[in-house]
Each structure stands twice: as structure tokens, then as C-alpha cells.
Design a protein around this ligand. Sequence first.
Ligand SMILES: [Zn+2]
Ligand SMILES: [Zn+2]
Length: 269
Amino acid sequence: MIKANYHTHTARCGHAIGTDEEYVQAAIQAGLTTLGFSDHAAYPTPCPGLRMNIEQIPDYYQSIRSLQDKYASQIDIHLGMEVEYYPSQWDTIREYRKTLDYIILGQHNLTIDKDSVYEFDNKDQVGRYVTCLEEACQHYMCDYIAHPDVFLWKYPRIDESVLNAAEKIADISRYYDIPLELNCGSGVRTGKKEYLDGERYAYPTREFFEIFAKKKCPIIIGLDIHNPQHFLTEENLNRALSVVEGLPLNFLTDYDLVSKAKERKKLFW
Ligand SMILES: [Zn+2]
Ligand SMILES: [Zn+2]
């Protein structure tokens, strides 16, 4: 099992289970030495089942901070969130950037509550997705890009626009020194699916990571945990690793994401 995971949810988002403390205990049991909580960021409009409500934020902060103290001798706990880049939500994002130890960028929609990446079927959407990632990095609002290939969930085939997107995301990662995530969440958990050009996991996809290997992008593994039990199995991790088997990827080991985040926060605007 890996030693650090910065992609961990809590029941507050409405599609994860267990108490915060159960996540901590399972992570310790799995041998992790660093645990970052990164639940789905709240925005002023509620969206039950997808992200926490703004009213739950104080409890989230308080709970993770107190676990950080309680388990300090056993595991390093950090308070983060998985945030989307939505220019319309800039006040909320600014507040998160100020308060949190780190932010991962998980772009699930192009605009808040609209244009879901899980419904992509054309190249214009892909282009707009890449622009969101690029602008988020330009603003230094995030410390790694979660599941960069998430929009392949439904996308019918790995075509030219997908490869172009991977090239551009790789360039963004190198330019801003932002790690890209090999995600071990629903893309592999739900098993392989049939697409127009064959069978694959929705994400991660080998074509993306071939380009990330070629461009020597920094890569970080994210378990995208939604259930404490997920810490206790390597099945999803092994599935994700099987996708990139044999690629000379630049995996970050002993990467101090939180110290890097402190530096990036100074550049945030
Ligand atoms: Zn989730
Ligand atoms: Zn996530």
C-alpha cells in the first residue's frame, strides 16, 4: 500500500460512508503515514448527494483538526478539499485557499451544476475542460489535478481531441509544476466498460499516461476514498497500476504536498 493519500472523502458529501475517525483508523491500519481529507467543496447552492452543504463546513474543519491532534503521534492528517474551478464562485474558492492546508482540483462540471464531465461526447467540451484546468493552475488555486482524464467516463473513443487534451494537460502540469493524479476511484472501481474503440476502465486511461510519461510529468497516486474499507484493499490501486504498467512514469514519492501548497498559496490571485 502507498504511504500517503491526499484524496479522501467524508460522509458529508452524501455519497461516502463512515465516520471521519473510521477513515483515520483504517488509514493507520493500512500503514499510511500521511492522510489528507479532501471532501467535495461546498458552494452556496446546495447539491445533496454530490457535495457537502456550506453549513457543514465548520463541523468538517473542526472534526478534521481535532483528529489531527488526537492522532498526531500515529499519522499526519491534513485538511483539504476537492474543489472545482468556477469563476462564478471565486469568493468561496478564495476563502478555501486561505483556510485549507491544500486543495486538489477535481473538475466535475464546466460551470457550477451544469455541463457535467460525466456526459461529455464532443471535442468542444473537452477543450473547455482543459481551459478550466489551465485557468485554475494560472491562479495557483490547486496543488494537484485529480483524475485529469475523468471526462472519459462516457466519452465514446480516445480520439484526436482526447490526445490533444492530454498533451495540453501535461504541458500545464510541467509549466506550473502541478502533479497529475493516477486515480483509484470510481473509474476503476466500477470495472471495465465497452466503448466504441474497445474495452477500458473509464479512467485512468493508458493513452493519457503515455503522454504524461513522455513529458515526465509529476504523478501522484490518489485513492479517492469514499469508504474507510477502501483503505484495506489494494484491488483498486492494482487496477489503476495495471493500466499504466511498464510506463516510465515520474511517480512522486515522499512528496510534501502541504509544504508545496504553502508556497503556491503565496502566488494565488
Ligand atoms: Zn465523490
Ligand atoms: Zn474525489
